[in-house]
Structures are given as structure tokens and as C-alpha cells.
Design a protein around this ligand. Structure first.
Ligand code: NAP
Length: 551
């Protein structure tokens, strides 16, 4: 048995550097985890890279940043008082409102005193002899904790493609996921936006309103539908508050974590007129079209009907037919994250906006003056990278995470090719390590806040169970983990989603191994399964009693 880790043994830590739990990240996950563990009487410390709370909502300050889950569903539901005292004023909350909400939560539950900001966890090694994690930070600090819990997020490790010459560009270069705090002045400037996913599609209409000229560098046209954002009426808010117990129940039992009816009928069984009417209704209501029929993500022919409806809308909206043609998405709708927008396609009717197709004429590099494609150079004053994230594993792999026998998480998962978790919450060989909405949980294909709450509550219950029984370690069993991974894949393969070229599969990161590490069985079914595991005494987990320590 190993007596220490590469970072040294987990013994001899001063009380101020020794915790029951270390939590990584102060976003929705880390804040609630801290609150729960403190309620259980544990000493927990959160480490957060940013200057303040918020996680992705702290960093994503780009113009137009909003959440595409309706605001009344995108909040914690664990506290009646918190629900009653907070009001979302619009159907979709913008980034400043969500950040205000998370600051309110941090103040209300006095969380800040146990959060250390401006600190990045760089390494965490499990010391088997003491059953503790030795955790190292970029400021040189090393602490020890019995439990290590990641709330590092699924979409928090930004991706900037390695364009040659990037360091030569004379103007500012901004990433949507690491936006500056001070206002960015686009007035009169030649701005280039690279990327047309959710971030680009939200930012482009706003930047276009200010910029002298905006160049949109598009590689793949994405499907986008109107968000239909609007102010909430007072009666709607009153009624929502009254009905919240039912809404919460519905969210928890639903497939995607929001309280909306899901249609189950087939698009192919409807008439052409019937389909057109239903898609039109969904388009006018705002939101994605994915809920219009039950088989849009499982049947390619059904999917094609929604794709064609959106293409027709783009042709109707964009006045220049050549530009409209370039904006038409051709992949299966939903296989990349569907985007919600506020006036995206209309933006291409503006005289100060140029669409540059970098699929046919790829970006060769960045120069001192701007962006160079194969055919020409685009002189720019500023470049905005809306080029997304190294999703699902990026934030975890950035940490030198080592479990038993010094095996790193990266090695175990072979850079993503062999991701294996048990319930997305734990992975064999890494005792007392928990992930909040980790790979192979519903995570990014659900309302994240509802999934975060479920994972946090399940993890804290599991820790309580272990503590009450005096266990020194809780670890996923490798058989249970293999079975869960197999089940995840089996469910995913009943849908079209693993076929997509998207960040869901890792296809957006050159060289990243492909996988589909998201559980598609639904939020309600997942909760039920996790509750069954705990009711059966944490079936599939190995709980090591204290006595085993001496052995
Ligand atoms: P994304 O969806 O991964 O989009 C990245 C964009 O950059 C794509 O258009 C991609 O083109 C392009 N790109 C990447 N490398 C490129 C290259 N070398 N040359 C040219 N173009 C390149 O990233 P995102 O827009 O930041 O969104 C990521 C996820 O974050 C979303 O799907 C969503 O889940 C979440 N998010 C949510 C919201 C919201 O709630 N409304 C807002 C923002 C983000 P290809 O498609 O060709 O790869």
C-alpha cells in the first residue's frame, strides 16, 4: 500500500489546512454543495479561480449572454424561502440577473466565509494510507481533505483553436467564456466573431448594433430558433409561486428537468399541414422545436421535417439569397446543441454585417492586421472567439487528479476514449472523490440546476451514510461502473445524438477522443435509479470500514 502521494503524505496538516471536504468551484454546484455539507456539520472549503461566485455565469459576460432554460426553472428549489424571495423578471434570465441571483444565494446562506477565491486547484492525489486527498493549488498552498468534490462544471474550460500568428494581432482578442469585466466598446470598430454556436449567436446581434463593421466567421451553420423572450406578467409570477410545489415535482420527474408537457407522437404520422402548423406554433411560442414531436431525436426522417422547417424560416428572413443559403444548417437538428436567439438571422440583413464562410475558405491564421483565410485577409480592430469549450472532461483533465496507486483520471479514461463513471458521480479507483453532474449523468442535456441539486443531495446523503457508519472510504465498484457506462451508451445509441459532430461527442476539439458521455434516460428516471442505489445501501459502491485502515 502506498504511504503517501506525489504531493506528500496527508498527515501533519495544520487544522487550518485540513478539511472534511474540499469542493472545486463556486458556481451553482459548489455553492449548494458547501451549504449541504455545512448543514451536516462538516468542515468544507471551496476553492474558486474567479474573484467571486458564479462559475460560468461569472465568466460569460459577453453582450447578449442569457440562459436558454426558462428562468422559473433555472433556480435552486431546495429552499422555499429562497424561492419566495426571488423574482425573475423575464422569461429567459440574462447573465447579470443570474449572477445577481448567485450572489444573493452566497450572501443569504453566508457561504463566502468558506470560499477561497483567486485559487486554482492544480493537483489532487489520494493518499491511501490515510484515506485523504492531498490537494494542491496554484498559489503553492497544499491542504488535505477526506472528500474531494468537483463542481468544476461541464462547460468551463474554454477552447481557443490554435490559430497560427495569434500573438501577432495588434488589437484585443476576447473569448466569450472569459469576458472582461469592464465594458467593451465596439463603436466604429471592425470586429470579427469566430464561431456561431450558442455564444456567437447570442453575441452577434448585440455586437452588430454597435460595431462599425462585423465579420462573422462561420464554419458550420447552426440551427437557431427564436427564444421568444419577454417580461413576465405579475399574474404569471403569482401563479408560478403558488404552483411551485407541483412545478418542482414535475421538473424532478421529467425527462429534461423543466416542467413542460412532452409530446410523444411521431412527426411522420402527422400530415404536412399538421406538422407545419405545429412547428409554426412552436416557432411563435419561442424555444426549441425539439419538443414538437416525440421522435425528432430518434428518427432521421422525422428530424428532417424540423430541419426543413427551420431552413425555410431562414430563407424567408434573410434577404440576400446567397447569404441565406450559407446560413442553412444541414446536419440533423439537435445533434449539435439547438440555439435560441433574439434576432440572429435578421442581423444578416444589416449593411454593417458580412458573413464569411470559413468552411469553403478556412481560416489559415491570425495576422497583425486581422484574420487570414485561404483567399484573403480581413482587417480587424478586435477579434471575438466564440469557439466554445473542451466540454465534459476539460475542467477535470486540467487538474492532475490521481486516485489509488497514483493512477491519473486522464490515464484511466484514456483522454476521454474510455470514460467510465458510476452514475456520473464517482469513478472506480478514486475513493471519496465525487463529481457533481459528471460524465454519464444527464448534465448538459437537462436543466443543469435541477441535475446539480439532485447530485449534490445524493452525494451529501452518501457522505452522511459513510460518516454515520464510520467508513473511511466510499468508492465505485468497477463492475457497477462498467454496467452503468454500458447502459449509458445503450440508451444514447437509441438516439441520433452520438452521430453528431459536436462538443457533446468531443468532435469540436482537434485530437480529442470521441465518446458520448451524457445519460439520456431522463432526469426523472435517473433520480429514481440513484434513489434505488442509496435505498439498497449504496449498491455498487464499496464502503471501507475504519477497521480496514490498520490492515
Ligand atoms: P460551441 O457551440 O462549441 O460553438 C463553437 C463555435 O466555434 C462553432 O460555431 C464552431 O464551428 C466554431 N469553431 C470552433 N473552432 C473553429 C475553427 N477552428 N474555425 C472556425 N470556427 C470554429 O460553443 P458555444 O457557442 O460557446 O456554446 C457551447 C455550449 O455552452 C452551448 O452549446 C450551450 O450548452 C452552452 N451555452 C449556453 C448558452 C445559453 O444558455 N444560452 C449560451 C452560451 C453557451 P463548428 O460548429 O464548425 O465546430
Amino acid at each position: 500500500m502506498q504511504s503517501s502521494t506525489h504531493l506528500g503524505p496527508a498527515t501533519s496538516f495544520a487544522p487550518e489546512n485540513s478539511f472534511d471536504a474540499v469542493i472545486i468551484g463556486a458556481g451553482f454546484s459548489g455553492l449548494y454543495m458547501l451549504h449541504r455539507l455545512r448543514e451536516q456539520g462538516l468542515r468544507a472549503r471551496v476553492y474558486e479561480v474567479g474573484d467571486d461566485v458564479g462559475g460560468v455565469w461569472y465568466w460569460n459576460r459577453y453582450p447578449g449572454a442569457k440562459c436558454d432554460v426558462e428562468s422559473i426553472y433555472y433556480n435552486y428549489t431546495f429552499s422555499e424561502a429562497l424561492l419566495k424571495e426571488w423574482t425573475w423578471t423575464t422569461r429567459y434570465a440574462d447573465q447579470p440577473s443570474i449572477l445577481r441571483y448567485l450572489n444573493h444565494v452566497a450572501d443569504r446562506f453566508e457561504l463566502r466565509r468558506d470560499i477561497q477565491f483567486r485559487t486554482r486547484i492544480t493537483a489532487a492525489h489520494y493518499d491511501e494510507a490515510t484515506a485523504r486527498w492531498v490537494v494542491h493549488a496554484d498559489n503553492g498552498q497544499t491542504v488535505a481533505a477526506r472528500y474531494l468534490i468537483s463542481g468544476a462544471g461541464c462547460l468551463s474550460s474554454t477552447n481557443t483553436p490554435p490559430f497560427s500568428g495569434q500573438d501577432q494581432f495588434k488589437g484585443p482578442q476576447l473569448h466569450t467564456g472569459q469576458w472582461p469585466h469592464e465594458p467593451v466598446d465596439f463603436r466604429g470598430k471592425r470586429v470579427g466573431v469566430i464561431g456561431t454556436g450558442s455564444s456567437g449567436i447570442q453575441a452577434i446581434p448585440e455586437i452588430a448594433k454597435e460595431a462599425g463593421h462585423l465579420y462573422v466567421f462561420q464554419r458550420t451553420p447552426h440551427y437557431s430558433t427564436p427564444a421568444g423572450n419577454r417580461a413576465h406578467a405579475a399574474e404569471f409570477l403569482d401563479e408560478t409561486r403558488e404552483r411551485y410545489p407541483q412545478i418542482r415535482q414535475h421538473m424532478r420527474e421529467s425527462s429534461n428537468g423543466v416542467a413542460k408537457e412532452v409530446r410523444r407522437d411521431s412527426a411522420l404520422k402527422d400530415t404536412e399541414d399538421g406538422r407545419a402548423a405545429r412547428y409554426e406554433q412552436a416557432w411563435q411560442d419561442g424555444g426549441t422545436l425539439l419538443a414538437a414531436y416525440g421522435d425528432l431525436l430518434t428518427n432521421a426522417d422525422a428530424n428532417a421535417t424540423a430541419g426543413e422547417f427551420i431552413r425555410e424560416k431562414i430563407r424567408d428572413t434573410v434577404k440576400d439569397p446567397a447569404v441565406a443559403e450559407l446560413l442553412l444548417p444541414r446536419y440533423m437538428y439537435g445533434c449539435k446543441r439547438p440555439v435560441l436567439d433574439s434576432g440572429y438571422y435578421e442581423t444578416f440583413n444589416r449593411d454593417n454585417v458580412t458573413l464569411v464562410d470559413v468552411k469553403s475558405d478556412p481560416i489559415e491564421g491570425i495576422t497583425a492586421a486581422g484574420v487570414k483565410t485561404g483567399s484573403r485577409e480581413y482587417p480587424l480592430d478586435m477579434i471575438v472567439f466564440a469557439t466554445g469549450y473542451d466540454a465534459m472532461t476539460g475542467a477535470l483533465f486540467r487538474i492532475d487528479l490521481r486516485g489509488r496507486d497514483g493512477i491519473s483520471l486522464r490515464e484511466k479514461w484514456q483522454d476521454g476514449a474510455a470514460i467510465r463513471t458510476y452514475l456520473g458521480v464517482a469513478t472506480a479507483g478514486f475513493p471519496n472523490f465525487f463529481m457533481i453532474t459528471g460524465p454519464e449523468s444527464p448534465s448538459v442535456l437537462s436543466n443543469m440546476v435541477i441535475s446539480i441539486e439532485q447530485h449534490v443531495e445524493w452525494i451529501s446523503d452518501c457522505i452522511r451514510h459513510a460518516e454515520q457508519r464510520g467508513c473511511m472510504a466510499v468508492e465505485a465498484d468497477s463492475q457497477a461502473e462498467a454496467e452503468w457506462s454500458r447502459h449509458c451508451k445503450e440508451v444514447a445509441d437509441t438516439t441520433l445524438l452520438p452521430q453528431g459532430e459536436s462538443w457533446y461527442t468531443g468532435a469540436n476539439i482537434p485530437g480529442k477522443q470521441r465518446s458520448f458521455p451524457i445519460y439520456l434516460g431522463g432526469v426523472g428516471a435517473f433520480r429514481k435509479h440513484c434513489d434505488g442505489v442509496s435505498a439498497r445501501g449504496y449498491e455498487g459502491f464499496i464502503l471501507t470500514p475504519q477497521a480496514a485502515k490498520a490492515a
